[in-house]
Design a protein around this ligand. Structure first.
Ligand code: ZN
Length: 134
């Protein structure tokens, strides 16, 4: 197979992508597509943020009950309770007593911030650089 694989490099010669011939893709497709279904990273929930979250729950004095529901505004992934979600779609990266919870969407890499204020919560998110148009 001549020129079945074409490497795409940047100015520095670093490989940024790979282009396959249609013929090769037909063979590789079955192997590659299932990989896209898997979470991008096999990150595990770290203990630190969970402890900080527990502390926040203990001192919770906002005027509304805590909602463990998380939704990714970018890819649409959601779960009713990130703590019991078997797919571990959302990893808690940061929690603090001020009411800030920062989640990482394992499906697309978006960072989701739940900012809890006295009487409301606001949600902000940052999508990964790879999705941003330059
Ligand atoms: Zn997402």
């Amino acid at each position: 197979m001549k020129k079945a694989i074409l490497y795409l490099v940047d100015e520095a010669g670093v490989i940024q992508g790979v282009q396959l011939s249609a013929e090769l893709w037909k063979k590789a497709e079955k192997v590659v597509l299932p990989l896209l279904e898997e979470p991008e990273s096999q990150e595990l929930q770290r203990e630190g943020p969970l402890k900080d979250f527990q502390t926040l729950m203990e001192y919770w004095d906002f005027t509304y009950p805590y909602s463990p529901r998380v939704r990714c505004p970018h890819c649409g992934a959601s779960c009713e309770d990130w703590r019991t979600d078997e797919k571990h779609t959302f990893i808690l990266n940061t929690a603090n007593l001020g009411g800030l919870l920062v989640f990482h969407c394992t499906r697309c890499g978006t960072t989701i911030r739940h900012k809890h204020f006295k009487d409301h919560m606001s949600i902000e998110h940052t999508i990964p650089a790879k999705y941003k148009k330059s």
